[in-house]
Design a protein around this ligand. Structure first.
Ligand code: 5AD
Ligand code: SF4
Length: 462
């Protein structure tokens, strides 16, 4: 992976000028509501978007219908994500009839897809701003133009490869923070649209990452999640990912996690880091996608089932308590019943704490979209249910094995089911709810695990 130029500081200063210009405009929106779809990378982008909108003088509005500016940060990894985004946009047309001054912005991975922006411009002329993934940092300029020119702005940039530093940000909270370390993906798994919409792999300089972590630590961060489509191929300023982790570990932030990892790039040094580093949490998301060598080959994953199982064994040898999670695709074109059953047997062998399972969704422009696919959707639905049932039984077993243990939980929020309880994660990444007051949020609490539910644990504070 190449190191790429950073977007010039002068460009960020230019954008800051636009933020000031917008702030001074009489008829500008006063409040914003962001709908963030998809992965953590999008969530992190939404924090930058929120930062820019705030600098333009807008305040967050929790109720979407009440906001003066609504922004959809979209995802396109599967067709249903796209349908959801488009469905929402169509609904906005009605809202705009009632509120003609409403500013509607749509950006992110879906709009970056080839031909999508042109289609949206033609079919949804009520959208005020359409931008992509590579020009997010120009949002202030675009908002200014929409207001000054009083007509829609549609701008998608094809150039990628730049790293943008110094964007404003409004973080979700002070105690757990996302930190991007690299962008894009060069792997071209045959089913995946990400390389087409997020561009080529490029890493941030380690100094920039460290400086951000230090700042977050000063602001009270208890946990940081390092983000990238494939963090294992991080290469910034000559440093590999494991080296970066060692440097971050020395800062002393209590908890470090990262995602996502590609099995083909998971190095022995990184496995070793799980044994050595004090603050690296014993949790790894390691998408396997399939348990069949033939399907893995046709997915262009570049590892075998045996290699994956070997990684699992090494990880558990280095860190016996590590919690592994995964992503699995069912119904890849041409997948036979036997090949699907190889995935079941892999799941049974590895025993993931949790797995995200998806029915294959053809994405235009990817190689697998051209492969013949004769299995009806109903059959795929039945198969995925078998996988879900198996994984649920294994997840429940993993949760039950925690009962009686004492764990330190970083409290994240009031429990959604019970307002007298709070919830947070154990080092292994399992969610625990326990009776407690909201003032625990953002703090570490020692908890004894008392019982296991379907997806979460219950406990009591010690
Ligand atoms: N269909 C189904 N699932 C997909 N994923 C990526 N692309 C597709 C697709 N076309 C899944 C992979 C990936 C996760 C983020 O989404 O499992 O790891
Ligand atoms: Fe998509 Fe594969 Fe890259 Fe992950 S590694 S983003 S699945 S192309």
């Amino acid at each position: 992976m190449k190191e790429r130029p950073v977007v010039a500081e002068s460009e960020m200063l230019r954008q800051r000028e636009f933020m000031k210009l917008v702030e001074k405009m009489e008829d500008r929106p006063r409040s914003y509501h962001i709908v963030s779809m998809g992965c953590q990378m999008n969530e992190r982008d939404s924090e930058s978007i929120a930062g820019m909108l705030r600098e333009m003088g807008m305040r967050p509005e929790p109720v979407r219908e009440n906001a003066d500016l609504i922004l959809y940060n979209t995802c396109c990894v599967r067709e249903n994500a796209e349908n959801k985004a488009l469905g929402n946009v169509i609904w906005l047309k009605e809202l705009k009839k009632e509120k003609p001054d409403l500013m509607i912005c749509v950006g992110g991975c879906m709009t970056q897809e080839k031909g999508m922006a042109a289609m949206m411009k033609a079919r949804y002329p009520f959208i005020d701003l359409i931008y992509g993934t590579h020009n997010l940092y120009k949002l202030p300029e675009y908002v200014y133009r929409v207001l000054a020119e009083k007509r829609p702005v549609v701008e998608i940039m094809d150039i990628d490869g730049e790293v943008v530093e110094g964007m404003p940000e409004a973080r979700r909270n002070r105690f757990n923070a996302f930190v991007n370390i690299m962008y894009g993906c060069d792997n071209f798994c045959t089913y995946c649209i990400v390389p087409y919409v997020r561009g080529r792999e490029r890493s941030r300089e380690p100094e920039a990452v460290i400086a951000e972590c230090v700042r977050l630590q000063d602001e009270g961060a208890q946990e940081i999640m390092l983000l990238g489509q494939n963090v294992n191929s991080y290469r910034g300023g000559g440093a590999e990912f494991a080296e970066l982790l060692y440097r971050i570990d020395r800062l002393g932030i209590p908890r470090i996690r990262f995602m996502t990892s590609h099995p083909k790039d998971l190095s022995d040094e990184l496995i070793h880091a799980f044994a050595e580093l004090r603050h690296l949490m014993p949790q790894l998301h390691l998408p396997v996608q399939s348990g069949s060598d033939e399907i893995l080959r046709r997915m262009n994953r570049r590892y075998t089932r045996a290699h994956y199982l070997e990684l699992v064994q090494k990880l558990r040898a280095a860190c016996p308590d590590i919690g592994l999670t995964s992503d699995i695709i069912v119904g890849f074109p041409g997948e036979t019943l036997e090949q699907f059953e190889e995935t079941l047997s892999l799941v049974e062998t590895v025993r993931f704490d949790a797995a995200y399972t998806f029915i294959y969704s053809p994405r235009k422009g990817t190689r697998a979209a051209e492969y013949p696919d004769e299995t009806p959707y109903e059959v795929k639905s039945e198969l995925i249910q078998r996988l879900i049932d198996l994984q649920q039984a294994i997840s429940l077993e993993a949760l039950k094995a925690q009962v009686g243990k004492r764990e330190t939980v970083l409290v994240e929020a009031v429990s959604t089911r019970d307002s007298a309880s709070v919830g947070g994660k154990t080092p292994r990444g399992m969610m625990v709810n326990f009776p407690g007051k909201p003032d625990l949020i953002g703090k570490m609490a020692d908890v004894e695990i008392t019982s296991a539910g379907r997806n979460t644990l219950r406990g009591r504070m010690l």
